[in-house]
Design a protein around this ligand. Structure first.
Ligand SMILES: Nc1ncnc2c1ncn2[C@@H]1O[C@H](COP(=O)(O)OP(=O)(O)OP(=O)(O)O)[C@@H](O)[C@H]1O
Length: 413
């Protein structure tokens, strides 16, 4: 985080990255003094509603974040920023997006949680577009031209007003991560009875174990432990807001629908009260750790791994076998996970895995047989990318192993 005083004093000359949060209602003119160096500009959490035409003078600008501001339209000056690849305008009040606002090199566009009713056809003329985050808007249709985005890999259209399944996007050749729950076309009226409901007064929360985009997970204990169940549990309390993946309510229902599998954390009960939406789960044993890390700005849609992290081919094979089995299990329940990634997978020293994060999951039993089969093809692609990501960290000495070669072939087909 930088300060306005630092910027105005010239102390930030030559900076490639600038983060300013200072209740700004306009961009300070001094930003132009960084025109020859600035690549990443983060002006999230201000009160901005427009950007000046001079922004186009930032010739090196690649990434712009302006989430939590007061924009009602996507500023047209963005279309003039010749090197801008990544745009994040989450949680504004954007209603309009014109063709002029789309920069030629656009690769990653986040417009989660706005008021967008329609998108310009020109989005189809963004050949580099790889990641498009549109959850939590008011879209009733997607432009037909999206079918031309041949490089689109990750798409979030959950929590919108789409009346019909957008067939045309199901054939996109690289699409691998898709979330579409919470639309009229994907409505699921069936109330599941497979997991018991309990009141939030049935347990006592202890310390926080972790925090995801959609909720906070705490260790808890049953006040009166149900028979045959461990006293200690984990409780995920949803925050209630729409996330980049969709509505918490849909995540909860997807977790319930997922059912039991040795590679899923066992769901014990759910809480659906007026002021509390929560999942009660088994505690994950502390020996489990994250398999991967989320994508970086440059990897865009692909996971990253800690420096020096390697896996043996035996570990990779065992992990692939389990992830394939758990994804097949989800599809047996007509559930698309939408986020098959190593960063959503925990593993232990024996390469046992636990797969989680149902935030982007979508039920698809209401779709036609042909649409369902396309959804499965899309998720199969994510599985291939998952395998490819693991092979990228395979120990050097195992890279001639026949199993490595077999998995490599599988991930490339
Ligand atoms: N059943 C559990 N037992 C123990 N710890 C848990 C359990 N579930 C989640 N956690 C902890 O809470 C963290 C957040 O979990 P959660 O599933 O909500 O989010 P995430 O999938 O990591 O994040 P996001 O939803 O933002 O991608 C986990 O990384 C883990 O440390």
């Amino acid at each position: 985080m930088h300060t306005l005083a630092q910027l105005k004093s010239g102390k930030l000359a030559g900076s490639q990255r600038l983060t300013l949060t200072a209740d700004l209602t306009s961009l300070p003119a001094e930003i132009l003094s960084l025109a020859d160096s600035l690549e990443i500009l983060d002006v999230s959490n201000n009160k901005l509603s427009s950007l000046p035409p001079e922004l186009a003078q930032l010739k090196k600008l690649k990434i712009l974040f302006a989430s939590n501001n007061c924009f009602t339209s996507l500023p047209e000056v963005l279309g003039q920023c010749e090197n801008l690849e990544m745009i994040g305008f989450k949680s504004n009040q954007i209603r309009t997006i014109t063709a002029n606002a789309l920069p030629p090199k656009l690769r990653w566009l986040t417009l989660t949680d706005n008021e967008i009713e329609s998108l310009p056809a020109a989005l189809g003329q963004c050949p580099r577009l790889q990641k498009l985050m549109l959850a939590g808007n008011r879209l009733q249709v997607l432009p037909q031209s999206l079918a031309q985005c041949q490089n689109l890999e990750l798409l979030r259209i959950s929590a919108n007003q789409l009346q019909h399944c957008p067939e045309h996007i199901l054939d996109l050749p690289k699409l691998a991560w898709l979330a579409f729950a919470g639309n009229p076309f994907s409505q699921d009226d069936a109330r599941s009875v497979s997991v018991p409901d309990v009141p939030s007064s049935s347990y006592t929360l202890q310390h926080v174990l972790g925090q995801g985009a959609s909720g906070v997970i705490s260790k808890a204990t049953w006040n009166t432990p149900p028979p045959h169940l461990a006293r200690d549990i984990a409780v995920k309390i949803f925050k209630g807001e729409v996330t980049s993946d969709g509505y918490p309510q849909n995540e909860l229902r997807a977790c319930v629908k997922a059912g039991n599998h040795p590679n899923l954390v066992k769901l014990i009960a759910k809480v659906e009260e007026e002021n509390c939406l929560a999942l009660v789960m088994n505690l994950i044993p502390p020996r489990y750790k994250n398999l991967g890390q989320p994508p970086s700005f440059s990897s865009c849609t692909r996971d990253t791994f800690a420096d020096g992290f390697t896996l043996s081919i035996a570990q990779i094979s065992k992990i692939v076998e389990q992830i394939t089995s758990v994804v097949a299990h989800l599809h047996d329940q007509q559930l698309c996970h939408g986020d098959v990634y190593a960063h959503n997978t925990l593993f232990d020293d024996d390469a046992n895995i636990l797969f989680g994060d149902f935030g982007a999951a979508s039920m698809y039993h209401m779709l036609s047989a042909q649409q369902q089969s396309k959804i499965k093809t899309i998720e199969a692609r994510a599985l291939d990318y998952f395998i490819d990501d693991l092979l990228s960290v395979c120990a050097q000495e195992d890279q001639c192993n026949p199993q490595f070669i077999k998995l490599r072939k599988q991930s490339l087909t």
